[in-house]
Design a protein around this ligand. Sequence first.
Ligand code: UTP
Length: 291
Amino acid sequence: MQVKKAVIPAAGFGTRFLPASKTIPKEMLPILDRPMIQYVVEEAVAAGITQIVIVTSRGKEAMADYFDRSPELERALAQKGATAGLEEVRRVASMAEVVFVRQQEQLGLGHAVLCARPAVGKEPFAVFLPDDIIYHPPKSGIAQLLEVYQQFGASVVAVEELPREAIRNYGAIEPREVAERTYEVLGLVEKPDPAVAPSNLGIVGRYVLTPEIFDCLEGVRPGAIGELQLTDALALLLKRQKVYACRFRGVRYDVGTPLGMLRASLELALTRPEYAPHLRRWMGDLLHKSQ
Ligand code: UTP
């Protein structure tokens, strides 16, 4: 079955980005010329997804405005003859059908996904965490997961090989390799002690999920800090059906922290012809001066 819908949980507090995220939604912070969330929307659209459900919360209305039309701005740009800007703002508002659902209380990633249930219904769907940006043209992170989904007809999580010590911040899988970069998931543990983690393959921000995940999310008890974990629901799903993991090709930037965003901004700027020559020159000068 074709995956046509995506859920983007974007209701969190973004505490690692304070104070900037106090009044600006973290997902609206820019990487170069566009907000973080646009990168994942573009990744979804390029992979054939036509309906996007953004899970949001109080104070984050800027996201809804961003994906809406802005006739006044469009008129002003047209009058000035700013054709490129005009095309760009129109494109943003027409990339996909974007709907918003509210998470009334930040009860965790699993709970945010559950909030999207009425909008998703009974079909498979993709999940994108907007603070994980995966750069791998021409085959994006989600495109690689969708291939695994088409092959096995089961849920797929994105995994990355992490340093042993780092696995304590991720969900870890117990893998059985079934093809190149593809694993059957035999078990999952959220934030394991590195000494007993089942592997150093950590789950990162892309998923393709079957709709049965919603019943599993209903059945999950909140964890230590009162949050519903998506990994715990996946562990329940595993008792009902197979789950696979895709060790995607490409670089993942954790743009949920200032340092991660700085790295992504610099590396992505080097891939853009309008920025790259300037950045190379400035960085060359800067590195020379700081030696
Ligand atoms: P994160 O933990 O990376 O984001 O969740 P956060 O909670 O906003 O940021 P920190 O940890 O406080 O710095 C991954 C994604 O899940 C969303 C977040 O908005 C983010 O995009 N999320 C998280 C929700 O939608 N609801 C929640 O209750 C928690």
